[in-house]
Ligand binder design. Sequence first.
Ligand code: DX5
Ligand code: ZN
Length: 214
Amino acid sequence: MIVSPSVLSCDFGNIERETKMLDDSKADWLHIDVMDGNFVPNISFGFPVLKAISKHTDKTLDVHLMISNPGNYVDEFADCGANILTVHYEACVHLHRTIQHIKSKGMKAGVALNPHTPVSVLEEIIGDLDLVLIMSVNPGFGGQKFIDSSVNKVVSLKKLIESKKANVIIEIDGGVNLETGKKLSDAGANALVAGSFVFNSDSPTNTIEKLKQL
Ligand code: DX5
Ligand code: ZN
């Protein structure tokens, strides 16, 4: 299992220490949640914080854009060190163009789906994607309750990927813990994002190791 701890739940007063802790852990990626107060009802952080994080880790930066018009900022995120850039299906009028733009900058391209958006909307684009991020909470905040029907979406997505003979990572974000993570793993998930479950635990590094074993 690929594990991508979400820095949204870390102690921002100690971002260097938190980033180095994740860098030394068994985490595969660092999940970076960018929110604009428009696409979602919360504002997190932007380019300067992403740059600061990238200075203290060599791990893959898995950047999740919860912003309107993400296509306008692809070059800037590439310059800040993003390795995977995931945009929301619901935020992109010209999704195909944005995906090609992301790949032209040498990043892996992902598309995130809100809980109400069916997997079937990706039928025509799945072959162009490196990753699909299924939101198992409504985006905007850490620490929310897992939406159980997300497990079925993993199954549907896996079927779509196989039917198109595509090579796409299935990542899940929101309310992930050992219990929900096991169900997701059984359903075919390849990558799990976990924020509050990791950072609220007594030992984030041990929690990351446990998630990796799912
Ligand atoms: C929510 C973010 C998540 C968030 C997950 O909008 O996309 O990445 O950090 O937090 P938990 O794991 O606490 O649900
Ligand atoms: Zn996220």
